[in-house]
Design a protein around this ligand. Structure first.
Ligand SMILES: *[C@@H]1O[C@H](CO)[C@@H](O)[C@H](O)[C@H]1NC(C)=O
Ligand SMILES: *[C@@H]1O[C@H](CO)[C@@H](O)[C@H](O)[C@H]1NC(C)=O
Ligand SMILES: *[C@@H]1O[C@H](CO)[C@@H](O)[C@H](O)[C@H]1NC(C)=O
Ligand SMILES: *[C@@H]1O[C@H](CO)[C@@H](O)[C@H](O)[C@H]1NC(C)=O
Ligand SMILES: *[C@@H]1O[C@H](CO)[C@@H](O)[C@H](O)[C@H]1NC(C)=O
Length: 274
């Protein structure tokens, strides 16, 4: 009598565990403000799409629906009007394309789908947007005074770092100022540093957008790379891919040589035999 019960318990546990992992594995989707993002929701479609029930919602607020074989917008919340697209007929998914993203779209979306059994997939959306390249202002009484680094129009709030000759600073900057623009939902960030920077030193400010994994920087007093805002991801990628290409080419040449040598030897060997 005990065994089936234990098995039932075990299968119930496994079911719970699998539901739980599904809920855990869904990592957030990152959308760019002003652009469109695909909220994924893979689903098994019935042969007859008239039987499909698809409901995208946020805690009772209707984002988009597909019922009775067509997209139905009669109960759609005004916030999502003209901004959604479903691809049920085009590419057999329950995914939702949400366009013209704004900070207000940062929510967890529920995709309810099925026929007749309803499955729920949660998709959490985070939004982000790059800052403008930072502007480094020098004090009028240079080299000593207040240096400021400003970047605008980004999301989420960025962190500003300073480097002197590519090393951490010997001085502490003033607390960073972050201003949220209520109308756009984007941030302007400013950091101020009171310092004495000699002509032969290089001062760099870095604006880090952690969510996008992007650093934008501005450098002062650098003789070679004056005032070039640069994306710090690009250079390592280029260097690594160049190295990769060189390695592959060298390997290719070596193998080709070895192959030619052995085949020549084989031919010579064959000749002596013949
Ligand atoms: C959606 O588009 C229709 C037709 O172009 C327009 O009348 C309506 O105002 C739009 N709704 C929103 C919320 O932009
Ligand atoms: C569905 O098709 C559209 C083009 O019709 C494409 O842009 C989109 O990426 C596709 N979506 C998925 C989830 O495959
Ligand atoms: C942020 O910076 C932009 C560009 O300089 C400016 O137009 C805007 O007014 C600033 N917003 C706030 C809230 O300070
Ligand atoms: C700035 O530092 C230099 C040495 O690095 C020093 O000679 C100079 O007097 C300092 N200037 C001021 C105004 O403190
Ligand atoms: C951005 O800069 C910060 C501070 O120098 C560093 O910790 C971080 O790893 C950098 N991130 C990228 C993507 O380069």
């Amino acid at each position: 009598m005990k065994k089936p019960r234990a098995r039932n318990l075990l299968s119930a546990f496994c079911l719970l565990a699998s539901l739980f992992t599904v809920a855990c594995v869904n990592s957030p989707i990152i959308g760019i403000i002003g652009e469109a993002v695909m909220l994924p929701c893979p689903c098994m479609l019935p042969m007859n799409l008239d039987q499909l029930y698809l409901y995208w919602q946020i805690q009772g607020t209707v984002v988009d629906t597909f019922i009775n074989g067509e997209a139905s917008r009669s109960h759609q919340d005004i916030m999502y009007q003209n901004r959604t697209k479903l691809f049920v007929r085009e590419n057999n998914t329950c995914s939702l394309l949400l366009s013209q993203l704004s900070v207000k779209d940062e929510k967890t979306y529920e995709c309810l789908h099925g026929s007749p059994h309803i499955t729920k997939n949660d998709v959490s959306l985070l939004v982000a947007v790059n800052y403008t390249p930072p502007v480094l202002q020098v004090p009028s009484e240079q080299p000593r005074g207040r240096y400021t680094c400003t970047a605008t129009g980004g999301f989420p709030e960025a962190t500003i770092h300073w480097l002197l000759d590519n090393q951490p600073l010997p001085w502490n900057p003033e607390p960073q100022q972050s201003v949220l623009d209520e109308s756009t939902g984007r941030y302007n960030v400013t950091s101020t540093l009171a310092a004495n920077i000699s002509q032969d030193s290089t001062l760099t400010c870095i604006v880090e957008n952690k969510r996008l994994n992007v650093n934008l920087s501005q450098t002062l007093n650098s003789p070679s790379i004056q005032d070039t805002p640069q994306n710090h991801i690009v250079i390592p990628v280029v260097v690594v891919s160049c190295c990769g290409v060189i390695v592959v080419v060298c390997l290719g040449i070596t193998m080709m040589r070895r192959y030619l040598r052995t085949s020549r030897r084989t031919i010579q060997h064959n000749n002596t035999v013949v």
